[in-house]
Design a protein around this ligand. Structure first.
Ligand code: ZN
Ligand code: ZN
Length: 63
């Protein structure tokens, strides 16, 4: 399935965590990695009232 946007709502790259990242390696990495719905929060992005460890309800499962 498709993952979250490479740059999240706060402008941070989900690959390296840098703000306003333009790194080609991150673009390439994000383009090929695979994502699955998070088991912990079932895609909600929240678990027990706290932000889940996943990224917007999905987790990377490798490539
Ligand atoms: Zn990056
Ligand atoms: Zn989660």
């Amino acid at each position: 399935m498709a993952g979250p946007p490479r740059v999240n709502c706060a402008g941070r790259c989900v690959v390296c965590g840098e703000r306003d990242c333009q790194t080609q390696a991150c673009v390439d990495y994000h383009a090929v990695c695979l994502w699955a719905v998070c088991d912990v929060c079932d895609g909600a992005g929240w678990a027990n009232g706290w932000p889940c460890v996943c990224t917007s309800g999905v987790v990377e499962v490798g490539r």
